[in-house]
Ligand binder design. Structure first.
Ligand SMILES: Cc1cc2nc3c(=O)[nH]c(=O)nc-3n(C[C@H](O)[C@H](O)[C@H](O)COP(=O)(O)OP(=O)(O)OC[C@H]3O[C@@H](n4cnc5c(N)ncnc54)[C@H](O)[C@@H]3O)c2cc1C
Length: 248
């Protein structure tokens, strides 16, 4: 839940323990996969084949997924508006293929004081050796100490940012004092194939045949994107799960 406090310079600071993902635009359906795949055999008649036999359509999508015929999953588009901390975006933008990004600017606008703090359900403690570790819940004291330290640090750094702006320093210089827990926002556009590649790496799932170990906060973004995508392309989503959550 967002909580509001005030800095020394009377700028309201907000703390969030969640992320948000809005599907702002889409042109994406299971039919897009089918017509693209059927052009192989039906040529320009393929659009007419779509509704003829639903079971065959489901089977075709599953076959494409299983045998990793990936290109038919590219003829669709989803644009998400994502609000998340900068450290999540830093990981997110490593995904280069089939993704387009536009992020808010710290040069052209004053950055808003919204910062990430872990919620009570966020596992805080890492146990085990490098390469083989797990996260477990911390104590209530550890959670309180974490939130208190973060909030104090955020308030100090945002106050320093405000002081520099008030002294006439450029936004692009003053922003250096702000931490990666600051929220940013971006439009991210992808297709089902590039989204599946992202989800295979950035979510943990019992059906994944190749497990990944993503940071929880980027996984939270991935889970919200997956909910939108599953509604738009239910057969493709089911085939992704049925085939080990490996992008074709
Ligand atoms: C759990 C986890 C931990 C990570 N830890 C680190 C870390 O410590 N440090 C770090 O720097 N990164 C780290 N990463 C980021 C990771 O190395 C990738 O940059 C990121 O996952 C994007 O994956 P990708 O390159 O497959 O995706 P994309 O960039 O979207 O590429 C998709 C696919 O296209 C192909 N491709 C793209 N570019 C090239 C190319 N130049 N040459 C050949 N093939 C290409 C590959 O098949 C690739 O899988 C981590 C990622 C995960 C999921």
């Amino acid at each position: 839940m967002p909580i509001e406090t005030t800095t020394a310079t009377a700028v309201p600071v907000r703390f969030r323990d969640d992320v948000s993902v809005e599907l702002v635009k889409h042109s994406a359906s299971d039919g897009d996969v089918l017509w693209a795949a059927r052009v192989s055999t039906a040529g320009e008649q393929s659009l007419e084949e779509l509704t003829k036999d639903p079971e065959r359509s489901k089977g075709l999508i599953n076959y494409l997924m299983r045998d990793r015929h990936g290109s038919p999953f590219e003829h669709n588009s989803m644009t998400f508006f994502v609000s998340a901390p900068i450290f999540v975006f830093r990981e997110f933008m490593r995904h280069r293929v089939g993704w387009s990004y536009n992020e808010e600017s710290g040069r052209y606008r004053e950055l808003q004081p919204v910062f990430y703090v872990p919620g009570p359900e966020r596992k805080l403690v890492q146990q085990g050796r490098p390469g083989k570790y797990e996260f477990v819940h911390g104590t209530e004291e550890q959670h309180k100490a974490t939130v208190a330290a973060m909030e104090q640090s955020y308030e100090q750094s945002y106050a320093a940012y405000q002081e520099m702006l008030a002294a006439g320093v450029a936004r692009e210089v003053a922003r250096a004092t702000l931490p990666v827990g600051l929220f940013s926002s971006m439009y991210a556009t992808c297709n089902a194939r590039s989204l599946m590649h992202f989800l295979g790496l950035r979510t943990q799932h019992e059906l994944a045949t190749t497990p990944s170990f993503p940071q929880r906060e980027i996984e939270m973004v991935g889970e919200l994107m997956e909910e939108h995508w599953a509604r738009l392309m239910p057969l493709t989503h089911a085939a992704f799960n049925a085939n080990g959550r490996v992008a074709p």
